[in-house]
Design a binder for this molecule. Structure first.
Ligand SMILES: Nc1ncnc2c1ncn2[C@@H]1O[C@H](COP(=O)(O)OP(=O)(O)OP(=O)(O)O)[C@@H](O)[C@H]1O
Ligand SMILES: [Mg+2]
Length: 400
């Protein structure tokens, strides 16, 4: 049984802006579903329509199999957690938690029981008699969660609930929310613009762009089989390397020519992407994840590995690995989509630097023992079986 179903839901604001366009998905019971995408893509709009805070322009919204398009928020059996905690400053934690239940005119003993249970789930027992001003950011966020939990709703709705916390606390609360959600088994629709948060928390992740759903899938499927360039570039950190090339088939496989180099794809590799053949002698975008690039001086021989040459521009030694930034003689696979993502990820400068002068930038994940040096011309091995290919005009992935 699905708990929340959106069927062709659209929102057009009075000024004509499309907030959400033709959004359809079903949440399963107990599912943690994350909506992710760049600023302005429609995440909050979608969530607010489910909450009943925003009128639905067209489409059907069902909660527990009942259409609720015209049902008031308080009658939808949902509880929402916002970015701003919106706690009552003059009330103790205990009363903040009890408040939504008092509004429901619940008997006092029952309220006490539910508050105690929520406090124990969230580890708030010690601070029940404090006021919000006497709490840390993480504790405040937990109280805000507690206020949603006590209501025992059918669905939790959360809009960037962790964005006010510092990085360390965010990571900690991330796993706490996941744990609590699993424990309670309540379907949760969670909004974030942070793809790492989306990937680590979601059973499934829905990626939105400019009001349109791009793909909805498990985190691993999104990572391994992105539908299009946008999802490919958005999911993963560092991002997938994207370059332009021309593919040329021959009897044993295909040559992928880019800049002054060629990557040979044997028949085994091209057969992983049958429709690649229809792009023969055309320009395409190809993608390689940073972990599918190997330091040639360390890697073992492997028939799927093909060598390319690149110049090291920067090394980030992270202890467990080295991120090797390099430039390569090629055109970067930059579309408007990719520009938007780069802007969000704060990588615009390096991208723009690589545009037009046929020097593209890339990143490889090497083991810490890699001895490559800055400014060195190095040989990198590409695992061709894990390469991605995209139609340069539509941005769609080339798979079947
Ligand atoms: N009340 C409104 N009137 C008109 N347009 C609106 C209104 N609220 C949002 N929009 C527009 O609808 C689109 C989606 O906005 P929304 O707030 O849903 O984005 P978001 O994905 O939540 O972004 P962010 O990550 O910045 O919170 C944007 O283009 C936004 O400008
Ligand atoms: Mg928002």
């Amino acid at each position: 049984m699905a708990t929340v179903e959106l069927e062709h839901i659209s929102k057009i604001y009075p000024n004509g802006t499309a907030g959400v366009t033709d959004l359809s998905f079903s949440m399963q019971e107990g599912e943690f579903l994350v909506l992710v995408g760049p600023s302005g893509c429609g995440k909050t709009t979608a969530l607010r329509m489910v909450a009943g805070l925003e009128e639905i322009t067209s489409g059907s919204l069902r909660i527990n199999n009942k259409e609720v398009n015209n049902v008031a928020p308080k009658d939808r059996d949902i509880a929402m957690v916002f970015q701003s905690y919106a706690l009552y400053p003059h009330m103790k934690v205990r009363d903040n938690l009890a408040f939504p239940l008092k509004l429901q005119k619940m008997p006092k003993e029952e309220i006490e029981k539910k508050v105690a249970r929520a406090a124990s789930i969230l580890g708030l027992e010690e601070i029940l008699d404090r006021k919000p001003s006497q709490l840390s950011g993480g504790q405040r966020q937990r109280v805000a969660m507690g206020r949603a939990i006590v209501r025992e709703p059918a669905v939790f709705l959360m809009d960037e609930p962790l964005s006010n916390l510092d990085a360390k606390l965010r990571v900690q609360m991330r796993s706490e929310i996941s744990k609590i959600q699993r424990q309670l088994g309540v379907a949760t629709l969670y909004v974030t613009h942070d793809q790492v948060e989306a990937m680590t928390m979601g059973d499934r992740v829905a990626v939105l762009k400019n009001s349109f759903l791009q793909q909805i899938d498990s985190p691993q499927r999104l990572y391994d089989h992105p539908n299009n360039l946008f999802v490919a570039a958005f999911i993963g950190s560092p991002s997938m390397n994207l370059f332009e090339g021309e593919i040329e088939f021959n009897s044993t496989g295909a040559n992928l020519n880019f800049g002054n180099q060629t990557i040979y794809l044997d028949n085994k590799v091209t057969s992983l992407h049958p429709s690649l053949r229809s792009f023969n002698q055309r320009r395409i975008v190809f993608g390689i994840r940073p972990e599918d690039l190997y330091d040639a001086s360390l890697a073992n021989q492997n028939p799927n590995f093909q060598s390319i040459k690149a110049k090291v521009s920067l090394i980030e030694a992270l202890g467990s690995e080295k991120l090797i930034h390099f430039t390569i003689n090629a055109n970067a696979g930059i579309t408007d989509d990719i520009k938007q993502i780069a802007e969000e990820k704060g990588a615009m400068d390096s991208l723009l630097g690589s545009q037009g002068n046929s020097q593209a930038e890339g990143v490889a994940r090497f083991p810490p023992r890699s001895a490559v040096k800055r400014d060195e011309l190095i040989e990198i091995l590409v695992d061709t079986t894990n390469m991605h290919f995209f139609d340069i005009d539509t941005g769609f992935s080339i798979w079947e």
